[in-house]
Write a protein that binds this ligand. Structure first.
Ligand code: OGA
Ligand code: NI
Length: 335
């Protein structure tokens, strides 16, 4: 069975000037009719090098309660490394199709890792205008290099460097989130599996789309992860849902976009909110993004941190294994 990639569909669609009907969203979902135009919403931008720890805790915790999304600058990851990460990822997606298929998700395989296109159609049989690649990058015991591109040859080294440089940033963010809940630095990370926390990298590849006002890239969702640390390219596309409307999130060169995911919402017993977001596509340009999902190990149980619950503030979420959470979410079963 041959799987059709959006990248190939895009080439044909651009020639014809139309897109297949399964990519045309229902009217109440189309970006043209549902985006608030002329306003680029001011998602909080936080300077991670701020020496005033108290104010850093306060701004991260406010952003995580009110938005579930913020951007960080002065995070310490060199801009050259971010550019290289983007370059090797783009080079992989620009390889001939048969090269990419070598690391495709095998047919019938249940795992997440590999090159692919979302197969499961959504409600009304609609599809998103995006292909992807998933592979774990940390810890070493969780890595399966089979799903890492062999080409370009520097792909592995650059991605390993990026993963290494992200660890202190992730630890700092989790520490600040922990402080914001009145806990010690390490308690949130501990509640997510501690040093066994898994770094799952995804690359999204959104080819140019002749009808960007009718299609969506990634459809509305919250991330299942604890937090997601995302590097975008310069093409606008990420939108957040706030107060009943969809807003574009401004692109800031070299900033990292932090999403609060479901596991942090659960662990904080609802104090921090996972962000509902989606992506739009562009008529002439390829958009790409590199979200890193920080996930608890599959067998690890996540639930509201006991210190945060009391008789007055009972647990709002179940405590369950991360793999069971994922299963329910993917199969649209109650949690
Ligand atoms: C995702 C996602 C956003 C983006 O892949 O979960 O939300 O900017 N991506 O591509
Ligand atoms: Ni997402």
């Amino acid at each position: 069975m041959e799987i059709e990639r959006v990248q190939e569909i895009a080439t044909l669609s651009t020639l014809k000037g139309t897109i297949p009907s399964e990519f045309i969203r229902l009217e109440n979902e189309q970006p043209a009719t549902t985006t608030v135009h002329g306003v680029v919403l001011e998602v909080p931008v936080i300077d991670l090098s701020n020496p005033d720890h108290q104010s850093l805790v306060a701004s991260i915790s406010e952003a995580s309660k009110n938005w579930g999304l913020f951007q960080v600058v002065n995070h310490g990851i060199p801009s050259e490394l971010i550019s290289e990460l983007q370059k090797v990822g783009r080079e992989f997606f620009e390889l001939p199709q048969e090269e990419k298929e070598k690391i495709a998700k095998p047919i019938g395989y249940e795992g997440v890792e590999g090159y692919g296109t979302k197969l499961q159609k959504e409600i009304e049989g609609k599809k998103g205008w995006v292909d992807h690649l998933f592979h774990r990058v940390w810890p070493p015991s969780a890595i399966n290099y089979h799903f890492w591109p062999k080409n370009p040859p520097s792909y592995r080294e650059i991605n390993e460097q990026y993963a290494q440089s992200l660890i202190p940033v992730a630890d700092k963010l989790l520490g600040l989130l922990s402080r914001g809940l009145g806990l010690e630095d390490g308690e949130v990370k501990q509640g997510l599996g501690g040093e066994d926390l898994i770094y799952m990298l995804k690359i999204n590849y959104y080819p140019p789309c002749p009808c960007p006002e009718l299609a969506l890239g990634v459809v509305p969702h919250t991330d299942m992860s604890s937090i997601t640390i995302l590097v975008p390219n310069e093409v606008q596309g990420l939108q957040v849902f706030k107060d009943g409307h969809w807003y574009d999130v401004a692109y800031i060169p070299n900033a990292l976009i932090i999403h609060i995911g479901d596991q942090i919402e659960i662990l904080s017993n609802g104090k921090y909110k996972s962000v509902y977001h989606r992506t739009t596509v562009n008529k002439d340009k390829t958009r790409m993004s590199w979200p890193m999902f920080l996930e608890p190990p599959p067998e690890f149980e996540v639930g509201p941190i006991p210190k945060l619950i009391s008789q007055d503030n009972p647990a709002k979420y179940k405590t369950k294994k991360y793999k069971d959470y994922v299963h329910c979410k993917l199969n649209k079963l109650p949690q």
